[in-house]
Design a protein around this ligand. Structure first.
Ligand code: HEM
Length: 424
């Protein structure tokens, strides 16, 4: 995969007539679709931060369930890869819209919108304000004791054994247990939720995706109906009884919010955790640095996030305009290559160095602009508590000999990762 050039990734494909043929490329390797076994799995995108690359490239449709479900990119995507261009796409709401983003539900004919992700300003603001009350930094601080309790009890279950599958038995479970508690979902739904999510995002066939969508939406609607009758202090209940400016949320709005929280909150932190431990196991000096300087934990979390951009978000052009010499048409889809933007040397000095003392670390892992991840304060809190509690209990760890450390550099990430250490 190394030694790539623009020439080597150029492909011949049907594209709309406003796209020059020499901009058409295959970026599957940069979008999380191709696994590798590098210490820094996002490294193969590194050459794309060079000055000679045209500012806008074009990726033809990937096809398959994901493209159809995402509601974007049916004709392909313009690709923005420079920090400054990605920042524009995420923040220029006059030229770029979120309508249709991550609306997998369309695949089974559902018409409700994913809220707040697929809503543009100014409408977006009222939904964002409504939800922020429940996942604000202050609210997340109130959850801290519970997050720590779950984290400590899970680590203590395996610390003395000297071994854990950190991806499957820990990373996959810890954040989802917190999320289930936040929303009020019963713990018994845990495995079923993860199965549905896997089939929607990574199942690979449209049939699997449709079945999972029907399953989860049927369950969420039934759960919401139950909370209408029996309210509790959790987030799904607050949403079904919610009002904005004194007006109760419609059933469509409630479904759009509960659905998107379910989709956005379930396995994003899990993917981040498994990649974080893989990196520390393969690069033990990061472990030493954190162990000797726990005051660097906040900076380390930010560096793990910057160097592991698990998602590359999409937007749609709202109008015809010219950008970097290209004729953009209303409706054209854009994808922002976060694994290039987060390593842009114009913005991040020594971008491939893991540096917890980095200042002004404004990466795109939670995107930017009005849609900046609403769950970011919760995700950061979980990751910080995890590092604090882990390093108090587990000595230097490494990958268990014989373990496959292949990783998809994206949300698909890594399913199993066996770590070993000398128990204390
Ligand atoms: C490390 C973990 C996480 C990552 C990397 C992540 C990433 C993202 C990204 C990239 C977006 C923007 C997508 C776009 O604009 O196209 C987003 C939005 C969002 N995320 Fe997260 N997320 C994480 C955790 C969470 C959690 C735990 C929750 C819920 C508890 C959550 C809820 C949301 C919501 C509601 C939005 C939509 C915000 C809006 O449109 O205003 N996320 N997230």
């Amino acid at each position: 995969m190394s030694g790539q050039t623009l020439e080597s990734i150029r492909i011949d494909a049907e594209v709309p007539d406003n796209v020059p043929k020499d901009r058409v490329v295959d970026l599957a390797f940069a979008m999380g679709g191709v696994p590798n076994d590098l210490v820094d799995p996002y490294e193969p995108v590194g050459w794309m931060t060079g000055d000679d690359l045209p500012r806008l490239l074009f990726q033809p449709p990937a096809g398959g369930a994901l493209a159809a479900g995402a509601g974007m990119g049916g004709k392909g995507n313009w690709i923005a890869h420079r920090y400054e261009d990605i920042e524009r796409v995420y923040t220029d709401n006059d030229h770029f819209s979120n309508a249709g983003t991550a609306e997998f539900q369309r695949v089974i004919g559902e018409t409700f919108r994913s809220i707040p992700l697929a809503i543009d300003p100014p409408e977006h603001g009222k939904y964002r304000l409504f939800l922020t009350r429940f996942i604000s930094p202050a609210q997340v601080n109130r959850m801290e004791a519970r997050i720590r309790e779950v984290c400590v009890s899970m680590i203590e279950e395996f610390a003395h054994k000297g071994e854990v599958d950190v991806a499957w038995d820990f990373g996959r479970v810890f954040p989802v247990r917190i999320f289930m508690g936040l929303m009020g979902f019963p713990d018994a739904m845990f495995e079923q939720f993860l199965d549905w999510e896997w089939d929607i995002l990574h199942g690979g066939t449209i049939e699997k995706m449709q079945a999972a969508l029907r399953g989860v939406l049927g369950y969420l609607r039934q759960f919401m109906a139950e909370k209408r009758v029996n309210p509790d202090g959790h987030l799904v209940s607050s949403i079904v009884h919610g009002q904005i400016n004194g007006v109760p949320l419609t059933e469509e709005e409630q479904t759009g919010m509960v659905w998107f929280l379910w989709l956005g909150g379930l396995d994003t932190v899990a993917a981040t955790i498994s990649q974080m431990f893989r990196r520390m196991a393969l690069q033990p000096e990061i472990q030493t640095m954190i162990r000797e300087h726990p005051e660097l934990i906040n900076g380390a979390v930010e560096e793990f996030l910057r160097t592991q951009p698990i998602l590359s978000s999409s937007r749609r052009a709202t109008r015809d305009f010219e950008w970097h010499g290209m004729q953009i048409r209303a409706g054209d889809s854009f994808q922002c290559l976060n694994p290039a933007g987060n390593f842009d040397p114009r913005r991040f000095p020594n971008p491939r160095t893991f540096d917890p003392t980095r200042k002004g670390n404004r990466h795109f892992t939670f995107v930017g602009g009005v849609h900046t991840c609403l769950g970011a304060p919760l995700a950061r809190k979980e990751l910080r508590i995890l590092l604090e509690e882990w390093f108090k209990r587990i000595p230097e760890f490494r990958v268990k000999p014989g373990t496959d450390t292949t990783v998809f550099p994206g949300l698909l990430s890594i399913r199993n990762l066996h770590l070993v250490w000398e128990p204390r």
